[in-house]
Design a binder for this molecule. Structure first.
Ligand code: F6P
Length: 498
């Protein structure tokens, strides 16, 4: 069936295949589906016991079975007296939120002072992965809600160029570093934190007041203390919060510093509303579930290997990168929850960029390429003007209906290329909270149906261990005989180069 036919035979198709929750409208009518498809996909979700699994997650069960942990990131945005039952984490969550508010107030009132007594005007967030992509994305996305206060900067890469570029032009006396790392063992983050400390000490001297220039966010308080971060500046994280689900905690401090604690609370409230929707809506009217089922439809029934994420919003430019970790680190798995190899596809490759620059880059392939690439577009037209909206709608229509262009095959667009549009009323902190929680729950639903543990990431460890083992060999003449021929030759080339 071609989308042209599906629309021709159903005048009410756009209404039939759209869902609205809060300030988000999901139009999924330009997908290769009909009512029977959705009935079968919803039956698949029911067969996989998605509602029961939602209950387990919100109940605080150790659904992250390979690490024996709960996945309770929803508690970070809850406003319940106690949650979850029998294991109330709200007292520590509320206490941490109050401390965040205190810190943000100090920064905004210019009473966050450096070693020399001058007010902090630049805050550098050092973190990587889930301790970077979220806060970085939020600060850009909430640009229009910027409050006056310290300027925010982000450093993630172990490439010294990243920190150097940020420190160029900053004054040590008025710069503070937030070191965010759930484990406080991540090499890149610790290296950057040590280099930042050396940079401070070079001009402020090795004094105990250097501690005024540090804060940390971590589940490893001892690790932060050993870096010299004073206890009152260590914001907690907990093992029941996955790194890529941690933006609702003090990992999101840069967003609160940029847009204010009230905006941060509005972000939490938006996500909380999406949590309630996810827990209560029927499967067929459940926005995260419908998005998950569409993903499974293309990945497992059409063999799609990737999905393009195209926010038609410059402020959401970092959203595709954020989703890459959320989706690919969660469900990029090849064994099921019990460790058995699985014989079906799981998470697709997530990629993308902001519209309309994306149109002048990879849309050629989306329209005339040979791969099926479902597209997820987001748009917040009112703020961004008609031209952006026109392009977002035009691209989705062109993908779906194509352009026969008889007689000029090189110009012809086959169409029948699926896309969803998420229309955001306005890109406010609340709507952003809804949007991020929407994708978190989409990912969770896929994990349940693919029967994989969405909350661990064992696959990243081996490469880190190999890098740790290789480093000494690069720094000085070590024994590289144990290495494979390719790595040995490259290592020797690098070593000889220096
Ligand atoms: O290497 C992957 C990872 O563990 C991610 O899951 C995590 O978000 C990131 O590294 C950073 O980890 P941490 O916050 O512990 O420094």
């Amino acid at each position: 069936m071609h989308l042209r036919e599906l629309f021709a035979e159903d005048a009410a198709r756009a209404q039939r295949f759209s869902l609205e929750f809060g300030e988000i409208l999901l139009d999924y009518s330009k997908h290769r589906i009909n009512a029977e498809t959705m009935r079968l996909l919803v039956a698949l979700a029911a067969q996989a016991q998605v509602p029961a699994w939602i209950g387990r997650m919100f109940n605080g069960d150790s659904i992250n079975n390979s690490e024996g942990r709960a996945a309770l990131h929803m508690a970070l945005r809850a406003d319940l007296a106690a949650f979850p039952e029998g294991r109330d984490v709200m007292p520590v969550v509320r206490a941490a939120r109050e401390r965040m508010r205190g810190f943000v107030d100090q920064a905004h009132h210019g009473v966050l002072l450096g070693a020399g007594g001058r007010a902090i005007i630049d805050i550098v967030h050092i973190g990587i992965g889930g301790s970077d992509l979220g806060p970085r994305m939020l600060v850009r996305a909430l640009r229009k809600f910027r409050k006056s206060g310290p300027k925010l900067h982000f450093v993630a890469n172990t490439d010294p160029a990243d920190l150097d570029a940020v420190l160029a032009g900053l004054d040590p006396g008025t710069t503070l570093f937030i070191v965010a790392s759930k484990t406080f063992t991540t090499v890149e983050t610790l290296d950057n934190a040590r280099r930042a400390r050396a940079w401070l000490a070079a001009s402020l001297g090795e004094t105990k007041d250097l501690a005024r220039h540090f804060a940390a966010v971590t589940a490893n308080e001892a690790g932060a203390k050993s870096l010299g971060v004073p206890a009152e500046r260590v914001f907690p994280l907990w093992d029941w919060v996955g790194g890529r689900y941690s933006v609702w905690s003090a990992v999101g401090l840069p967003a609160a510093l940029a847009a204010g604690m009230d905006a941060f609370e509005a972000l939490l409230a938006g996500a909380r509303a999406m949590d309630a929707h996810f827990q209560t809506a029927t499967l067929e009217r459940n926005m995260p579930v419908v998005l998950a089922l569409l993903e499974i439809w293309y990945v497992n029934f059409f063999g799609a290997q990737s999905r393009a994420v195209i926010p038609y919003s410059e402020d959401l430019r970092d959203f595709p990168a954020y989703l890459q970790q959320l989706e690919m680190e969660s469900n990029g798995k090849r064994v099921d929850r019990d460790g058995h190899e699985i014989d079906y596809a799981t998470a697709p490759v997530i990629w993308g960029a902001a519209g309309t620059p994306s149109q002048h880059s990879f849309h050629q392939l989306l329209h005339q390429g040979t791969h099926l690439v479902p597209v997820g577009q987001g748009a917040d037209p009112p703020a961004a003007g008609a031209a952006l909206a026109a392009n977002a709608l035009a691209q989705s229509a062109a993908l779906a209906f194509g352009n026969p262009a008889p007689g000029t095959p090189h110009k012809a667009l086959p169409g029948n290329r699926p896309s969803s549009i998420l229309l955001l009323e306005r890109l406010t902190p609340g709507v952003l909270g809804q949007l991020i929680a929407l994708y978190e729950h989409k990912v969770f639903t896929e994990g349940v149906i693919w029967n994989v543990n969405s909350f661990d990431q064992w696959g990243v460890e081996h490469g880190k261990n190999l890098a740790r083992a290789l480093l000494p060999g690069l720094l000085q003449d070590g024994d590289s005989s144990g290495l494979d021929a390719s790595t040995r030759a490259l290592l020797e080339r690098l070593r000889d180069r220096d």
